[in-house]
Design a protein around this ligand. Structure first.
Ligand code: NAD
Length: 477
């Protein structure tokens, strides 16, 4: 069994408490690794290291800082197979998807390294003669990055890459459910000969280590990817020192299928979006609205496709479409939501139970018919392979139903009519809309939720600028 350490101030260290968190392989139920259970002392050491390193790091040209990102990309590629195996084991992500996450993460570091010669300040017209106004973009200082369990490796890079490139230093806290891949990476980063303290990997619970990182006056910015509940705690914690926070939280993505859509394409894309990583993706299609005139035909095709979804060990060959849920508590949560939907009047068209498997926290791909907008399963994030189906009469009704939601992360529409597509894009109140394709964002886009789905965002130019603050100089000559 692997025993991991934290990376603080350039050195691999145990936690101050010398306590460990057991990392479970959710498919086998075995404990696959021990991760440090860092506490407030570890948090302080990591913050001090990041603070001490920050001025010298910011003083380096961006092109020099970019070298650190390139080294990280390279070390990921050199260890891509082992990292994917750990990722697949610690969270039951099917191996091909785990490999995509690892390879995408390496590309992500390279992508932001490329911004070194691109991001810039501004020259502003002055109201006075013989005066220049210069707007500089400067780093925030020490950034705290808090990661979720569902894409632990990629989300880590989403925070480390833009933070370091722009001259910040960073303290990362992975989820205590899935810290192994990140801490394996930390071991490799320790060997990269980077300036001590620019990137620190801690490990521990949100309620102890996490709270200390968030509430410290050293912390200039907190970037969290996680649940609305954690986001609320982060807002409370950062209020103390008026610390900037960027929050990427939950979703409840609607998928709208119009009668004129290519129905086979829509079925394929909706099912892929719903079952990828066993439904545990923030931008997955979480509720489906189908135009009344095609509702029976479409639902029949959908149920057939969901029944055909394969599930097995994350390492099975050929790879299944999905594996099991990340934990027993996630499985119980999904089960409770489907049971409640049944009581509210939903009809289980397929699935609706734990399948007969020897091992793993499996829930069968499920379609729920006869759903109403006020059902819990239509309003709250399931984060599992469960799709409630509702119907609509016209586009106005579909858009109104889609927008009637506390979350505003992603949305999708399937139609062959470009006018309907643009009408929907202009009226859907979500950070992203996908037309005739499954939900999945690009690194050069901007992933940002409306309403309870978050504040700020990640990726591309706008994601980079989240890690910068402005400084205007007025120069008379
Ligand atoms: P979670 O909120 O339980 O945990 C996220 C992280 O926050 C963990 O590292 C946890 O330890 C930490 N944390 C919790 N309370 C804290 C506190 N008081 N102080 C500091 N840190 C604290 O979320 P999760 O279950 O790991 O992830 C699933 C959720 O993340 C889902 O809701 C999903 O939609 C969301 N998510 C959103 C995006 C996005 O881009 N919007 C991406 C991935 C996941």
């Amino acid at each position: 069994m692997k025993k991991y350490q934290q990376l603080i101030n350039g050195a691999l260290v145990d936690s101050h408490s010398n306590q460990f968190i057991e990392v479970e392989n959710p498919y086998t139920g075995e404990i696959m690794a021990h991760a440090p259970q860092g506490d407030e002392v570890d948090a302080q050491l990591a913050l001090d290291a990041a603070q001490n390193a920050q001025d010298a790091w910011a003083a380096q040209p961006a092109i020099v800082r970019a070298q650190a990102l390139k080294k990280m990309a390279n070390v990921i590629r050199e260890n891509r197979i082992e990292l994917a195996n750990i990722l697949a084991s610690e969270q039951a992500k099917v191996l091909p998807l785990a490999q995509i996450e690892i390879d995408f993460t390496a590309d992500y570091f390279d992508y932001y390294a490329g911004w070194a010669r691109i991001y810039e300040g501004e020259i502003i017209q002055s109201d006075r003669p013989k005066e220049n106004m210069l707007l500089f973009r400067q780093p925030m200082g020490v950034v705290v990055g808090i990661c979720p369990w569902n894409f632990p490796f990629f989300v880590m890079a989403r925070k480390v890459a833009p933070a370091l490139l722009t001259g910040n230093t960073i303290v990362i806290k992975p989820s205590s459910e899935t810290p192994a891949t990140t801490l394996e990476f930390a071991k490799h980063v320790a060997g990269l000969d980077l300036p001590a303290g620019i990137v620190n990997f801690t490990s521990g619970r949100g309620s102890t280590l996490g709270e200390k990182l968030v509430r410290s006056p050293i912390t200039a910015m907190v970037t969290l990817t996680g649940s609305v509940e954690a986001g609320t705690r982060i807002i409370e914690g950062t209020a103390e020192n008026i610390t900037k926070c960027s929050l990427e939280l939950g979703g409840k993505a609607p998928a709208i299928v119009c009668a004129d859509a290519d129905l086979d394409l829509a079925v394929k894309a909706v099912v892929a979006s719903r079952v990828i990583f066993s439904g545990q993706v923030c931008n997955c299609a979480e509720r489906l609205y189908v135009e009344n005139s095609i509702a029976d035909e479409f639902t029949e095709k959908l149920v057939a496709a969901m029944k055909a979804v394969t599930y097995d060990s994350p390492f099975a060959d050929p790879a299944p479409d999905m594996s099991c849920q990340v934990s027993h508590s996630q499985l119980e949560k999904i089960e409770a939501m489907v049971d409640l939907a049944r009581k509210e009047g939903a009809e289980v068209l397929c699935g609706g139970k734990r399948p007969d498997m020897k091992t793993g926290y499996f829930y069968a791909p499920t379609v729920l018919g006869n759903c109403k907008q006020d059902f819990d399963v239509v309003r709250n994030e399931v984060f599992g392979p469960v799709l409630p189906v509702l119907t609509f009469n016209d586009l106005d009704e579909a858009i109104a139903l889609a927008n009637d939601c506390e979350f505003g992360l992603t949305s999708s529409i399937y139609t062959a009519n470009i006018n309907k597509a643009f009408e929907a894009i202009n009226r859907l109140k979500f950070g992203e809309t996908y037309v005739n394709r499954e939900n999945f964002e690009a690194m050069q886009g901007f992933h940002a939720g409306w309403r309870k789905s978050g504040i700020g965002g990640a990726d591309g130019k706008h994601g980079l600028y989240e890690y910068l603050q402005t400084h205007v100089a007025y120069i008379q000559y």
